[in-house]
Design a protein around this ligand. Structure first.
Ligand SMILES: [Zn+2]
Length: 140
């Protein structure tokens, strides 16, 4: 016998509604990728003292966009599973609209190339500093 209709609606479960609260929304992964760029990260890691933020905004985890009350809890966090999972998620580049279009087979090839693509083509391949071109040995 299958499940019969719900007798009660469990109106009092707060967790779901809490989970989806707008104010609980943190930064998305692509936003964090922006934060990780040197200029932005410097700004975030050297914030002015803000009494409204936990720990006055002095202990911030860039990858998780979270504030911690002191250096110890930040250190604990950096070793936590949450943080390591976030690092793993951040390893892939941000998911862009272009990725989505390529996945859907929407890539366009109409002969036009963006400036960046042209630059990439015209630039010669990077040669490592210690690379020496090998002279072809001539055998007579
Ligand atoms: Zn973190």
């Amino acid at each position: 016998m299958g499940r019969v209709g719900h007798k009660r609606q469990h109106k009092n479960i707060r967790d779901l509604s809490r989970k989806y609260r707008t104010r609980k929304r943190t930064r998305d992964l692509d936003q964090i990728h922006e934060d990780l760029k040197p200029l932005a990260s410097h700004k975030l890691l050297n914030q002015a003292v803000d009494p409204d933020l936990p720990g006055c905004g002095q202990h911030y985890c860039l990858e998780c966009s979270r504030y911690f009350i002191d250096q110890k809890s930040l250190g604990d966090h950096l070793r936590s599973k949450q943080h390591r999972r976030r690092l793993k998620d951040l390893k892939d580049g941000p998911y862009t609209q272009k990725d989505a279009e390529i996945a859907a087979g929407l890539s366009t090839d109409n002969g036009q190339r963006s400036a960046a693509a042209l630059e990439r083509i015209s630039k010669p391949e990077e040669v490592p500093a210690d690379f020496k071109p090998q002279e072809p040995e001539l055998i007579y």
